[in-house]
Design a protein around this ligand. Structure first.
Ligand code: MLT
Ligand code: MN
Ligand code: ZN
Length: 307
């Protein structure tokens, strides 16, 4: 399967519109070597002709325009994007659905929890289901694999499976909602012909045995690279929340992802969903050299590769 990174940044992107952190300021002034990044989304395809989005970011319009694979081909109103799978109901993963309305039928896959947060709590998303040529929103069950399909129902040559991750309800409902399995998922996507497996997990609170099991044996892992340290936002004076409070394991430290995943059996390890405060964005930083020296890659917008 072909994997195309559309947005490698976390919520807010990089640089973030209202941010003067050392990275955002450094990027704008040209003081650091870094690439700008849009918000979290990936596209997958076996034939590079029919595409499946993993999350739909608020930057989706720009992401589609900058990726020719995703441009309309034959027909007046048409798109090679057939379906979207949501890994949670966060703003940075769902708001792009609103840009994808325009009477374009799509299949949307999510857990029942994510569907309820998105459609139930945010009535505007019902526009997707209301027009002619409406979308189909399909609930996915945890631990069950299913053949990924577009609205036409044709198979894609990809089999997907959702596994629950310890996460939290999205920010806009965090105070009111309890957490439950299905709030956040990991996706395992298997190429039926090649047998290769992509694991996509942009939001992971901790690495435990269950998570190691999800990752084990994957051909490629796209993993939560939000923060370098747990107290990154606190130390910068940006937030009182730690990375873990936001259900993101930091990269560094004894219980960080770099250490916890050092020996996991996986072909290719790539950090994604990188927050604008993370020092690995600075391509000349010690932190960046550290992750690359440990065998990780750092995703960037426009990165594409075969799995
Ligand atoms: C996250 O990844 O923690 C969320 O996208 C934060 C947010 O909703 O702004
Ligand atoms: Mn996010
Ligand atoms: Zn910033």
């Amino acid at each position: 399967m072909w994997v195309q990174v559309l947005g490698s940044g976390a919520g807010g992107g990089f640089p973030q519109w209202n941010c003067n952190c050392p990275n955002c300021k450094g990027y704008r002034s040209g003081r650091i070597t870094a690439r700008r990044r849009t918000q979290s989304s990936v596209a997958v395809s076996v034939d590079r002709s029919r595409w499946y989005l993993l999350n739909a970011s608020p930057d989706i319009r720009e992401q589609i325009e900058s990726c020719s694979y995703l441009h309309p081909r034959e027909g007046l109103r048409t798109s090679p994007i057939e379906a979207v799978i949501l890994t949670n109901a966060d703003i940075d993963h769902t708001v792009g659905l609103l840009t994808l309305r325009e009477s374009q039928p799509l299949r949307i896959y999510s857990t029942a929890r994510v569907k309820e947060f998105t459609l139930g709590d945010n009535t505007m998303f019902r526009a997707l289901m209301a027009s002619t040529g409406a979308c189909v929103w399909e609930e996915i069950a945890l631990f069950e694999s299913w053949p990924l399909a577009g609205v036409s129902g044709d198979g894609t040559g990809l089999t997907a499976e959702a596994r629950p991750l310890p996460g939290k309800a999205p920010l806009y409902i965090e105070q009111a909602a309890s957490t439950a399995p299905g709030d956040t998922i990991a996706l395992r996507i298997r190429d039926d012909r090649r047998g290769s497996v992509l694991v996509y997990m942009p939001g992971v609170k901790e690495v435990d045995a269950a998570i190691e099991e999800i990752i084990q044996g994957a051909t490629c892992l796209l993993f939560d690279g939000t923060c370098w340290t747990d107290d990154e936002l606190v130390r910068l004076g940006i937030s009182r929340k730690t990375a873990r409070d936001m259900a993101h394991i930091p990269i560094s430290g004894e219980s960080g992802s770099l250490a916890r995943l050092a020996d996991v059996g996986v072909g290719r390890k790539v950090y994604i969903h990188i927050n604008n405060t993370n020092p690995i964005l600075d391509e000349e930083s010690d932190e960046r050299r550290g992750v690359e020296g440990a065998g990780w890659e750092v995703a960037f917008d426009g990165m594409g590769f075969e799995v």
